[in-house]
Write a protein that binds this ligand. Sequence first.
Ligand SMILES: Cc1ncc(COP(=O)(O)O)c(C=O)c1O
Length: 386
Amino acid sequence: MNISNRVNQLKKSAIHEMTRLSKQYDDVAFLSWAKPTTGTPKHINDAVISAIEKGLTGGYSQSEGLPELREEIVKKLKRDNNIEANINQIIVTIGAIEGLAASVMATIDPGDEVILPTPTYSTHITQVRLASGIPVLVPLIEENNFALDIEAIKKAITSKTKAIMFCTPSNPTGTVFSEEELRELAKIALENNLTIITDEAYEYFIFDDKKHFSIASIPEMRKNVITNYTFTKTYAMTGWRIGYLYADEEILAQVKKAHIPFAICAPVASQYAAIAALKGSQDCVKEFGQHYLKARNLMCERLDKLNSVFQYVKPDGSYLMFPKILTENGKDSFAFSKDLLEKVKVSTTPGIAFGPTGENHIRLSFCVPEEIINKAFDRMERYFGY
Ligand SMILES: Cc1ncc(COP(=O)(O)O)c(C=O)c1O
């Protein structure tokens, strides 16, 4: 069978490989899943059951999504992201992932370069490759809390650069890029006519005094940005596969041409879930955030004890962190993660999964019950002789 070079070049993900290996053991302490372990709030489930019973969910919706949902999204963008949008600037997507894929497909041609500050969410790198683009990985500055390296980004721009793609808060580092940094990045995009593709999946999980800033809220960026959001993390709706993107009408019309052949429309039952999520009480989001903050603090305390094994930057957002491994065998993060799994049944994600600058690190997820964090760290302490 003929396989396209586009697909053939893609490597097996280290994340999926670790998941496969983890299934061989019982009683694994999972710190490797970046998905909420809480169930979807009841009022959202109930609203969908009612929509199903009323016979509203069996057909397609408009390919850009139900107008009622887009109206609610417009209100949310204004309230929480300082983005002035109208419903013609929104496409409801199959999670952030499909929106990001459509954004990339609409922006780059084969051979075009996309700058990705790394370590970053590996799917972004894969999406650029799948579109036959060239990912240009520019390291974040770890010593400065994984900040954007603005000078290095400027230097990486060539005549082939079309876009800059990033997530804030970041998967895997938990960094929240500051408004100041993002305004600098916007300036670079405008000077070089680049499109900024953002992934703001963790926008509501921000800790301490940090603030989430959407680069699309800068009015001058209107023609240069595609912003992707999701219900997955905010409302613990991983399996509903529902998200949305915002872009100016002209760009949106082009992105829609990429969205339709992959999706037709987002699942309609999930669109009703999304309406209920946006219209209902937001207390669940606050509760998830409070839990992640407590869990982050616990994980940091436990890491402090293991200070000859890990050195870490305290994450400002998301529910992920990315400690550096200080031991000799940490140079190969995949071997290190496999070893932890085999010897003490702790499942982590090797840093190499997030680009070459992720090597020598592991990603730990704290969107788990506190007892799982304690179990994992008790085991690691024993293993490392504490
Ligand atoms: C940064 C980031 N973007 C997107 C996703 C997936 O989002 P969705 O479920 O909305 O496709 C994830 C999931 O782990 C993520 O970490």
